[in-house]
Write a protein that binds this ligand. Structure first.
Ligand SMILES: *[C@@H]1O[C@H](CO)[C@@H](O)[C@H](O)[C@H]1NC(C)=O
Ligand SMILES: *[C@@H]1O[C@H](CO)[C@@H](O)[C@H](O)[C@H]1NC(C)=O
Ligand SMILES: *[C@@H]1O[C@H](CO)[C@@H](O)[C@H](O)[C@H]1NC(C)=O
Ligand SMILES: *[C@@H]1O[C@H](CO)[C@@H](O)[C@H](O)[C@H]1NC(C)=O
Ligand SMILES: *[C@@H]1O[C@H](CO)[C@@H](O)[C@H](O)[C@H]1NC(C)=O
Ligand SMILES: *[C@@H]1O[C@H](CO)[C@@H](O)[C@H](O)[C@H]1NC(C)=O
Ligand SMILES: *[C@@H]1O[C@H](CO)[C@@H](O)[C@H](O)[C@H]1NC(C)=O
Ligand SMILES: *[C@@H]1O[C@H](CO)[C@@H](O)[C@H](O)[C@H]1NC(C)=O
Ligand SMILES: *[C@@H]1O[C@H](CO)[C@@H](O)[C@H](O)[C@H]1NC(C)=O
Ligand SMILES: *[C@@H]1O[C@H](CO)[C@@H](O)[C@H](O)[C@H]1NC(C)=O
Ligand SMILES: *[C@@H]1O[C@H](CO)[C@@H](O)[C@H](O)[C@H]1NC(C)=O
Ligand SMILES: *[C@@H]1O[C@H](CO)[C@@H](O)[C@H](O)[C@H]1NC(C)=O
Length: 416
């Protein structure tokens, strides 16, 4: 079994107290360093818990990346280490990864259907978290305050980001499982750019989220629930850019702090919904689709367009904004009212078109712009993942990896 301490530069004193029962380890810097086919990488690969334990004896800060060999199965626990400046790549057969002492991490990149647990109990700083293909994932990092991006996709069972305050570039939580629902609670989140939370949600709690979609052109806020109707409540949301999109099973919408926004508002509900937004004064384009039973926009004054296209009966006369002080085109259509108790609605559209700034009689064309490019960007750590998982022996691979490696963006607080 290969020793991993070869890159160790400064091993300070390990003071054994009380017959070795308690070890006090001073701050020790280690430098990840692997040589493969003549190429040197700033990555340490681990193949067993024993190696991790050995390594932990002498390192509190690791400069570089960490990988795990595919023959490392079960759980990996990296004690003692407080700081990893680079990326931890989990592309292997690990089911659980725990860093009980880690405070600071460049990034975590995992793509594994086996991974069930990610535990980062003390972690405060992290740049990027990207976990894909999860199955029944329990991700816990209760002390993280802010992050550049957080992306979790797959089946999610539990999330703990209880102190997360700011996400600078992207927050993407996509729990694809249709069977199992999950709760999303981000109790401290105040500010997040480009947010998408989707899946079979059993509850959603974003009590402090005030600013969303603040840093890039396409930024916005999308909530999509494929499960039973839930309340989409954003009690603090006052500033949103791009598009605010609320989709799927929606029991109610609560946006009391959203007064005047330049964002588009798109609601597409699969369950009967009375849209009640009496505080909203202005928005760009407002589009309500799906099972819209009524709408109340009693304060709305500023808008570019306002369209309701309901697939159930709606009283268009009372659902359109009444305060038409300013320009803005409106349209409304819904299913015809059932004529008897059979409940079979005849789907003939009853349209009311009101052109305030221009003509009357609109042709409603609903263009569904699916904003997000679901194709993920090439993962920065692909090189490390290849290195780790797909075999170290292939010359061509290694050469390609060696060329690609510098593309990995170092975290701002990294020395590299
Ligand atoms: C850790 O440090 C001790 C004492 O300096 C040394 O004996 C041991 O070999 C080191 N372990 C590793 C994995 O480098
Ligand atoms: C990395 O390891 C190689 C070979 O073991 C050694 O020559 C080199 O000095 C090491 N670099 C660092 C930064 O430790
Ligand atoms: C795991 O794989 C590494 C690299 O291929 C090898 O060095 C190590 O001996 C393997 N460990 C076990 C326990 O098979
Ligand atoms: C790890 O997973 C790979 C497939 O991802 C598989 O080929 C390999 O046999 C697994 N290794 C072990 C030790 O289970
Ligand atoms: C998730 O993991 C955390 C700690 O890692 C644990 O406290 C919690 O109970 C787990 N939750 C579930 C639902 O397994
Ligand atoms: C992010 O968190 C760190 C502490 O981990 C803090 O120093 C920094 O000011 C925070 N940045 C923002 C923009 O909140
Ligand atoms: C939200 O965070 C962005 C950085 O992502 C920052 O520029 C902006 O000032 C923050 N807004 C508020 C209201 O905190
Ligand atoms: C979601 O949270 C509620 C309580 O807030 C709890 O009863 C329910 O079991 C949770 N569901 C899941 C899937 O964790
Ligand atoms: C985002 O919103 C803020 C405040 O509402 C505004 O100043 C900024 O120009 C907007 N950014 C974009 C890209 O629309
Ligand atoms: C709302 O925003 C519009 C421009 O988008 C502006 O003209 C109007 O004065 C604002 N109204 C209030 C009450 O802030
Ligand atoms: C309609 O808009 C005017 C100003 O444009 C405002 O004074 C009035 O209060 C609004 N009416 C309602 C019912 O909100
Ligand atoms: C982690 O290491 C970086 C680079 O030396 C340093 O800037 C940062 O303060 C360290 N963080 C912690 C929590 O020790």
């Amino acid at each position: 079994m290969g020793r991993l301490g070869q890159g160790l530069r400064s091993a300070l004193a390990v003071v054994a107290v009380a017959g070795g029962l308690l070890k006090l380890v001073a701050a020790q810097d280690c430098y990840a360093n692997s040589t493969i086919n003549g190429y040197t990488f700033d990555v340490d690969n681990f193949y067993s818990q024993d190696q991790l334990d050995d390594f932990a004896q002498n390192c509190t800060t690791l400069f570089g990346d960490v990988g795990f060999g595919s023959n490392f199965t079960g759980s990996a626990v990296l004690r003692n280490l407080q700081n990893i400046t680079g990326l931890v790549t989990v592309g292997s057969n690990l089911t659980s990864i725990e860093f009980p002492d880690l405070l600071s991490l460049g990034g975590l990149d995992a793509s594994s259907s086996l991974l069930r647990v990610v535990s980062l109990p003390l972690l405060e700083r992290v740049n990027d978290i990207d976990v894909e293909e999860a199955q029944s994932l329990n991700f816990s990092s209760p002390n993280v305050l802010n992050a550049s991006s957080i992306k979790l996709t797959g089946q999610i069972s539990a999330l703990d980001f209880s102190h997360l305050d700011t996400v600078f570039s992207e927050l993407y939580i996509d729990g694809s499982s249709l069977k199992k629902s999950f709760n999303v609670s981000l109790p401290a989140l105040r500010n997040a750019s480009d947010v998408e939370i989707s899946g079979n949600l059993s509850s959603l709690s974003l009590p402090l989220l005030a600013t969303a979609g603040s840093s890039s052109q396409q930024a916005g806020l999308t909530l999509y629930n494929s499960g039973k109707p839930i309340n989409m409540s954003l009690p603090s949301l006052s500033n949103v850019n791009g598009t605010l999109s609320l989709d799927g099973g929606i029991a109610g919408i609560y946006l009391p702090s959203l007064l005047n926004t330049t964002a588009d508002l798109v609601v597409d509900t699969s369950s009967s919904l009375a849209v009640y937004l009496p505080s909203l004064i202005g928005a760009n384009k407002i589009s309500l689709e799906g099972a819209i039973s009524s709408a109340n926009f009693s304060s709305l004054e500023y808008f570019t367009s306002f369209d309701i296209q309901s697939n159930i009966y709606i009283d268009c006369a009372t659902s359109l904004p009444s305060n038409r002080t300013h320009q803005g085109e409106t349209s409304c259509s819904g299913a015809a009212k059932p004529t008897n108790n059979s409940g079979r609605a005849i789907s003939i559209g009853v349209g009311v078109g009101v052109g305030v700034g221009g003509g009357i009689g609109l042709i409603i064309i609903v263009i569904w712009v699916y904003r997000r490019n679901l194709k993920h960007k090439k993962r920065a750590s692909e090189a490390v993942a290849n290195l780790d998982v797909y075999g170290l022996q292939e010359q061509t691979h290694s050469a390609a990896v060696a060329v690609e490696r510098p593309n990995t963006d170092p975290p701002p607080y990294s020395r590299y």
